[in-house]
Ligand binder design. Sequence first.
Ligand SMILES: COc1cc([C@H]2SCC(=O)N2Cc2ccccc2)c(Br)cc1O
Length: 390
Amino acid sequence: DQRHKFWETQPVGQFKDIGNPTLPEGPIEPPTPLSEVKQEPYNLPNLYEWVTCDIHDEQMCDEIYTLLANNYVEDDENMFRFNYSKEFLRWALQPPGYFTAWHIGVRVKTSKKMVAFITGIPARIRVRDEVVNMAEINFLCVHKKLRTKRLAPVMIKEVTRRVHLENIWQAAYTAGVILPTPVATCQYWHRSLNPKKLIDVGFSRLGARMTMSRTIKLYKLPESTVTPGFRKMEIHDVPAVTRLIRNYLSQFIVAPDFDENDVEHWLLPRENVVDSYLVESPETHEVTDFCSFYTLPSSILGNPNYSTLKAAYSFYNVSTATPLLQLMNDALIVAKQKDYDVFNALDVMQNESFLKELKFGPGDGKLHYYLYNYRVRHALKSSELGLVLL
Ligand SMILES: COc1cc([C@H]2SCC(=O)N2Cc2ccccc2)c(Br)cc1O
């Protein structure tokens, strides 16, 4: 089909190469001399033009928010659609060292209406012992009415060209669909916090021989956290949290190579965007554990009583003294206190060790991770992945 036609032209692991032990791990193609990188943008179909999006600009941010809120990812049954907030988009797209040129919109020349979007952000990602400068590609969105115009391939080529101009030759991205060739395939799990609402909107179903009140009781959580020394992360914790998370992530085959600037950006609490907590030992004042989740609501499509689902997504968690089970239960307790309806987690890192026990149920969505222009000897188990993309 057309999709594989495009990906067969790209430096990505090809299905035909699976299991070929002679192919080395690492870049598939060498960098192109900067003088040979195409200097001008790729051609769009006539009616459309590229626009570089300054996400800091209120009006531009509004246009991007609205495009995504109406046209971004839905579940297979079109019951829900991601509803990234404006403050979340500003956080997600302005990490240390970001390039405005990598926030690319497509708009109609005449009406100036934004009809498509794709982004890249720079990230240092370690693959085994190699730290690679990559672009994390995200928010690929084409307006529902323009889906048959084959805009996505030219948008992917354009963001790749702009990434190449910054001398970066690898990328990481995720998708709900199978493309050549997944580095890892993960499963989403969900922990009900507001089971009545989740059943009312059709996400969950009442279990057999279960009443609503029995279901509410099943998911009930304590009013307050149980771990002594459990508190919100603050700016002065950045050095300790950086040490803790760098050490923890070193056990995974693919993981971000966070420095203190990255930790300050990605893990310091931001209201309605990202929450992070740590355990400071009351005796030694050492920071021994960390947990975090980000806030990504979903629009509920066509329900008369509810319009939005408040969802928390497990981000990075580290346990060295507090059992991970207890740490994550405290995260659930805090999320319930803040009125989240559901707490979502991928089966990456050590998450599998707590999912069933904390009453998570498997979702219907799989998430495939991909690397561009970097071959990994063989697909990873999700527990070998230490990378969470937004
Ligand atoms: C519907 O089952 C799932 C849907 C989603 C995504 S697709 C569009 C959307 O909004 N989602 C977030 C959401 C919506 C509802 C519940 C939990 C998460 C994910 Br990710 C995993 C699921 O299993």
